[in-house]
Design a protein around this ligand. Structure first.
Ligand code: TYM
Length: 336
């Protein structure tokens, strides 16, 4: 059986990258798969979170899932900390994963920065908890943006080593689903940096709650170069190196319009960026605006959001508990 699992951290500032790289795909997959979408609050606390802000962000990500079109009755939306199996399985996996594997994780190196000694142990073990998230449900497919590829490879390694060490065929080898034109949306201020929740510049990202004026302003201020929009047939690898900001805007347009980048180039290639940016603004406002508005309505009703999470948590727990019991059995942990 095919089952989808994916997660988003409640760390504020959900942006266009989260939407195009992940959440929009979550919505599209729900017709063909059984889906479990998780607000990964335990991952969020691997770096400091103000408790009140965290509570707000958990509800906001939940609202984004619902506003984007995920059906919380047909599928499962819940927050990770409600289902204790994630943390329990993560511990077992901490004993399966090797230090050498974690030492290779580029995201830890980026997030910990120069002061690695001062990073939390949780930040280091972050990808192990990800493996537990996925495998607690024996998920077969995991939709994510490109930046999560290495973490998913690690979770495959963990599943395989667990199966091998204990001589079982228990965990599936999960497939990443990195879908669409915008698998790595870049900052609007610097085409070589990923669009991210933690960038200090508000102008680096369009957030899901930005109104039309903010979207227009951010796209108008987005960095470009003096050349016109790249023509159709331009070598994309060369563009990525030489004109990363131009390519980023083309990619965002293509993803929002659901067409290949080449088609956008065919239409706008050779035109001035001012004209292209206006068209991009109209497109972004038309596709993101309604989601932002719906999100605002939903967060105004925290009781409803909490009900969705509670219901999802109960159903997720019912799926997770039998798997955890079997894991304990396989490992030799007594459960009298
Ligand atoms: P998070 O919250 O950082 O990102 C959520 C999703 O958004 C994607 N994403 C992007 N896609 C394209 N361009 C960008 N600039 C961009 N920035 C973020 C991410 O790839 C991700 O799919 N570790 C995960 C959360 C997680 C998870 C899991 C995912 C925890 N457990 C289990 C899958 C399965 C993360 O980075 O979240």
């Amino acid at each position: 059986m095919s089952r989808i699992f994916s997660g988003v951290q409640p760390t504020g500032n959900l942006h266009l990258g989260n939407y195009l790289g992940a959440i929009r795909n979550f919505v599209r997959l729900q017709d063909d798969f059984e889906c479990i979408y998780c607000v990964v609050d335990l991952h969020a606390i691997t770096v400091w979170q103000e408790p009140d802000e965290l509570r707000k962000s958990i509800r906001e990500v939940t609202a984004a899932f619902i506003a984007a079109g995920i059906d919380s009755k047909k599928h499962i939306i819940f927050n990770q900390s409600q289902v204790s199996a994630h943390a329990e399985l993560a511990w077992v996996f901490n004993c399966v994963a090797r230090l050498g594997w974690l030492n290779r994780m580029t995201q830890f190196k980026e997030k910990a920065g120069k002061n690695r000694e001062n990073a939390s142990v949780g930040l280091y073990a972050y990808p192990v908890l990800m493996a537990a998230d996925i495998l607690t449900y024996k998920a077969t497919h995991v939709p994510v943006g490109e930046d999560q590829k290495q973490h998913l490879e690690l979770s495959r390694d963990i599943a395989q080593k667990f199966n091998h060490d204990f001589g079982v065929e228990f965990f599936p080898v999960t497939e990443p689903l990195i879908l669409g034109e915008a698998t790595r949306v870049m900052s609007l201020r610097d085409g070589e940096k990923k669009m991210s929740k933690s960038d200090p510049s508000e102008y680096s990202r369009i957030t899901l709650t930005d109104g039309p004026d903010e979207i227009a302003l951010k796209i108008r201020k987005a960095k470009t170069d003096p050349e016109p929009v790249p023509e159709a047939g331009a070598d994309l690898d060369k563009l990525r190196e030489e004109r990363p900001e131009a390519l980023n805007l083309l990619t965002i347009f293509a993803a929002l319009a659901d067409t290949p980048v080449a088609d956008v180039q065919a239409e706008y290639g050779g035109k001035q960026f001012s004209e292209f940016k206006q068209a991009l603004t109209d497109l972004a406002v038309a596709s993101m605006g309604p989601i932002g508005e719906e999100m605002q309505k939903l967060v105004a009703d925290p009781g409803y959001i909490d009900d969705v999470l509670r219901d999802g948590g109960t159903r997720a727990d019912a799926l997770a508990q039998p798997v955890l019991r079997e894991v304990k059995e396989i490992v030799g942990l007594l459960q009298p």
